[in-house]
Design a protein around this ligand. Structure first.
Ligand code: GAL
Length: 617
């Protein structure tokens, strides 16, 4: 595994570059990512390019032995471009333009901007694509960051109408599929369809789901155009993108088909602060991050490209600037996160960023160097990680224990129609993942298109829309199967299907689904049904029954149905039983410890702040 860093030569005097390059090499860094926000420096005036500085930066870095990942600078269209085509900016959900002065202000549906993005990608790729030091490309930067996938612009409305017309045979077919007879929402023509924002109360969930799909497709198209240009002008180099944590605004399985390597940006402390963790977890893991945050994304993004290749394009090196609170990582955490990425199969961990910039929006965000170029705490940990990686050497093949099935449209369905607070498919996946890892198992997070028959245990925490043929494939599994709420309950147009597609597998049907407020919990032996409850009737066996008779888990052959929301002690209990039936080698882990079995090497990661002594056996 390589170590890398994100470097912004344009932030620093030229005289400094050679020293930076040498210092990187000294601590074991040999990959440098650059150029992602440099449009205004590359093309200061329309059509007039200043390559000199970037040529020199590339030569200086290459001379120090670094291999480079260049970026297309399309996340930051310069002011002159916005002024030339003011309608290229995205409109937010309230219909307000997203102004110039930060980044990601473009609308994915704007043809004029798409052409400009393709143009700048091509000129950069033509100039550097065949340079010996260039080994990879990152397209744009973090699609969707700052809530930028959806735009409610005129261009988006036009595009959405065309997309719908391509998807439905006629407007009548769309009305029928969406149920537009309800509330007199019927259209006479595709040209009458508006975007789903600004309605009085909620818009039709089918309308929203279609718009989520449309918006996701725009990202995929935008990225595909760049990938094609890069493949043409820079043959043999890896194409990658840096995805985000807990982010589902576009379908990453779709994106991965156009990439060689899926990258992601790992900020465990920022994510702990910003996402749905309990106060106890936030306190316990304030300086380490919850022990599943990084690994969940490693195991998710590994499943998004055909070859399973992935890396960490940005790794938190110290405090960030964007969460509610921004603590420093505990000593040792940067090293731990690095080695954990290795254990999960990363090809590279690249730290964001080399040196803290004393100006502008991210002046409080740490780097490997401080603003004055002295080493920040991460510096020593990066050097130590490089030595560890060399000492550990090549890993064996990770045995396949459990497949956790996740689809992006599952999260879209549960966001559009949560039905109860906290009922999110993504979080059902996260908490099921946590429970599997507390059993010491390896987990692959896969799309429903993956070959789930390869796994002794398959877990589907929440998958409302089953792709064609998936129910049949599940019926043929030899392994153990655990199914959670809402699975198979919607067709692709968000309608409830006439027949429940999993009825045979489950040995019965769900007759009623309800969500439970804080006042209602059906307690069992150390577990409870909370948040959600499916009332099931059929021939299955009641395996977990609460004190009041509520059934929390039904079992039919090798299939278990979890009737409550899959989280906490309930999903742990069910997965423990399923893992036992699957004959898996479970190794129970305390809340702060995780393991990864890599064949001849087994890693154990301890997220507590105490010291741990290991006995060599
Ligand atoms: C990422 C982004 C970087 C930087 C970083 C700060 O989301 O890609 O450009 O802003 O966060 O943590």
């Amino acid at each position: 595994m390589h170590l890398g860093t994100c470097y912004f030569p344009e932030h620093w005097p030229r005289e400094r570059w050679a020293q930076d390059a040498a210092m990187m090499a000294e601590i074991g860094i040999d990959r440098v990512r650059l150029g992602e926000f440099a449009w205004s420096r590359i093309e200061p005036e329309p059509g007039s390019f200043d390559w000199e500085w970037l040529d020199e930066a590339i030569e200086v870095l290459a001379a120090a032995g670094h291999k480079l990942i260049l970026c297309t600078p399309t996340a930051t269209p310069p002011k002159w471009l916005v002024d030339r085509m003011p309608d290229m900016v995205a409109l937010d959900r309230e219909g307000r333009p997203r102004g110039f002065g930060s980044r990601r202000h473009y609308c994915f549906s704007h043809d004029g901007y798409a052409a400009e993005a393709a143009r700048i990608a091509r000129v950069v790729a033509e100039r550097y694509g065949r340079h010996d030091a260039v080994v990879g490309w990152q397209t744009d930067n973090e699609y969707g960051c700052h809530d930028t996938v959806q735009s409610f612009s005129a261009a988006a409305r036009e595009g959405f109408r065309r997309w719908l017309a391509g998807r439905y045979d006629s407007i009548g077919a769309l009305n029928e599929a969406w149920g537009n007879v309800f509330w007199s929402m019927e259209y006479r023509d595709f040209a009458e369809i508006e975007l789903p924002n600004l309605t009085v109360t909620e818009a039709n969930p089918a309308h929203w789901l279609a718009f989520r799909r449309y918006s996701s497709d725009r990202v995929i198209d935008f990225n595909r155009t760049q990938s094609q240009i890069l493949r043409e002008c820079s043959p043999g180099r890896d194409i990658m993108h840096n995805a985000m944590g807990f982010y589902t605004g576009y379908d990453h399985h779709d994106l991965g088909r156009d990439l060689d390597v899926m990258g992601w940006d790992s900020y465990p402390l920022g994510f702990l602060e910003m996402f749905r963790f309990s106060d106890t977890e936030k306190r316990q893991f304030a300086r380490s991050g919850h022990p599943d945050i990084a690994a969940f994304h490693h195991d998710l993004y590994r499943g998004t490209t055909n070859g399973g290749r992935w890396n960490v394009l940005e790794q938190q090196p110290g405090p960030v600037n964007w969460a509610r609170h921004n603590p420093a990582p505990a000593p040792g955490m940067v090293r731990l996160w690095t080695l954990e990425a290795m254990a999960h199969g990363a090809e590279m961990v690249s730290y964001f960023r080399w040196r803290q910039f004393p100006k502008a929006q991210e002046q409080m965000h740490a780097g490997i160097l401080r603003t004055d170029a002295s080493p920040a705490p991460a510096h020593g940990e990066v050097a130590q990680s490089a030595q560890d990686i060399a000492a550990i050497g090549t890993l064996g093949e990770a045995p396949k224990h459990a497949a956790l099935v996740f689809a992006y449209d599952a999260e879209w369905v549960t966001q559009i129609q949560p039905q109860g607070e906290g009922c999110s498919a993504l979080w059902a996946a996260f908490r099921s993942y946590e429970a599997l890892r507390r059993l010491g198992l390896n987990v692959d997070i896969v799309s429903p298109a993956a070959d789930v028959a390869l796994y002794p245990l398959v877990v589907i925490p929440c998958l409302p829309i089953l792709p064609d043929g998936f129910a049949q494939r599940l019926a043929q599994l030899d392994g153990q199967l655990v199914i959670g709420p809402r699975t198979g309950t919607r067709d692709p147009d968000f309608a409830i299907p006439d027949a429940q597609p999993l009825a045979d597998l489950l040995g019965g049907e769900i007759l009623l689904s309800e969500t439970l407020g804080r006042g209602i919990a059906h307690e069992g032996d150390g577990w409870a049904v909370t948040r959600w409850l499916d009332h099931f009737e059929g021939e299955a066996d009641a395996e977990l029954v609460a004190e009041d008779g509520t059934v929390a888990c039904w079992r039919h052959g090798n299939t278990r149905l979890c009737t409550g929301w899959p989280e906490g002690a309930l999903i742990s209990e069910i997965l423990t039983r399923a893992a036992l039936d699957a004959g898996l080698p479970t190794v129970p882990m305390p809340a702060h410890r995780r393991r990864r079995d890599c064949g001849h090497t087994v890693f154990t990661f301890d997220y507590s702040d105490g010291s741990v002594t290991w006995e060599k056996r």
